[in-house]
Design a protein around this ligand. Structure first.
Ligand code: NAP
Length: 236
């Protein structure tokens, strides 16, 4: 199984048979799934093909973040080459509710080019902060690990990892005078607390659309992924 998302951890705990979870190694103190875990890149598609063969893998579940497009594309190609089934587990995207003021964009670059505010709560992850380096606005940038330069000139980095509460997000956004929230459409079973907080505060949200869906069988719940493995599609 690829990925260390919450869904990946829940699925690893449910699956019968031998499960190896693979993490990219971006987080120094990751929440580990149950069972066997390996950490680090495979070395592109060729490396992944080799690793799948060497470990006798009979099926792959890609439970990575919806914006981790590279590893997903690699999984599509590598499983086709090895001739084993692939399932993509993608949590559903978020949908706006009455009272939300969401502005959809296709990329982080598009978000950076036209921010509808001066004090930005940036929650797109440390790997993407550089996209906003040329912006003059104030940024409250939250990430799990410290971001590396280039950073925006006026930035307050907040190192924190969820889950977050609506009350906590409201307090944080008020304390920093936030007037725009920037987020990826990471999605999930529930609307994220930051989105509810933005609604309550009347703050507009710039939502970055997901990369195109992969050409692979896809489910949106842990239960459906577990069922896929159990019924043997996953080779178990
Ligand atoms: P990415 O751009 O799709 O992948 C870049 C490279 O990182 C891959 O080519 C692969 O290296 C390695 N990699 C990624 N996921 C891996 C995994 N599960 N196991 C082993 N190697 C992996 O990925 P990313 O956006 O950097 O995300 C990396 C990890 O962070 C993923 O597991 C993802 O779920 C998580 N994450 C990403 C985001 C986001 O917004 N992108 C947000 C939250 C969490 P090789 O080519 O050498 O195999």
């Amino acid at each position: 199984m690829l990925g260390g998302t919450g869904e990946a951890r829940r699925l690893a705990a449910e699956l019968p048979g031998r499960v190896i979870s693979s993490l990219a190694g971006r987080v120094t103190d990751p929440r580990l799934p149950e069972g066997e875990v390996r950490v680090g890149g495979f070395g592109g598609v060729d490396g992944l093909v080799e690793w799948l063969r060497a470990n006798g893998i009979t099926a792959v579940v890609d439970a990575t973040h919806p914006f981790a497009a590279r590893i997903t594309a690699n999984a599509v190609e590598a499983t086709a080459r090895v001739g084993i089934p692939l399932l993509v587990l993608r949590r559903p995207g978020w949908t706006p509710e009455p009272g939300d003021d969401w502005r959809w964009v296709d990329s982080l670059e598009e978000a950076a080019a036209d921010l509808p505010g001066d004090r930005v709560f940036l929650t797109t992850g440390r790997q993407d902060i550089g996209v906003f380096a040329g912006c003059g606005q104030y940024f409250l940038a939250r990430s799990v690990e410290p971001p590396e330069p280039p950073l925006p000139r006026r930035v307050h980095v907040l190192l924190d990892r969820g889950p977050f509460t609506v009350d906590g997000e409201v307090e944080l956004m008020r304390a920093h005078g936030i007037d725009v929230l920037v987020t990826k459409d990471s999605g999930g079973a529930q609307t994220a607390a930051k989105l509810v907080a933005a609604r309550l505060l009347g703050v507009p949200v710039v939502v970055v659309r997901r990369p195109p869906a992969p050409a692979a069988e896809t489910v949106d719940s842990v239960a459906a992924a577990a069922e896929w493995v159990r019924r043997g599609s996953g080779g178990a």
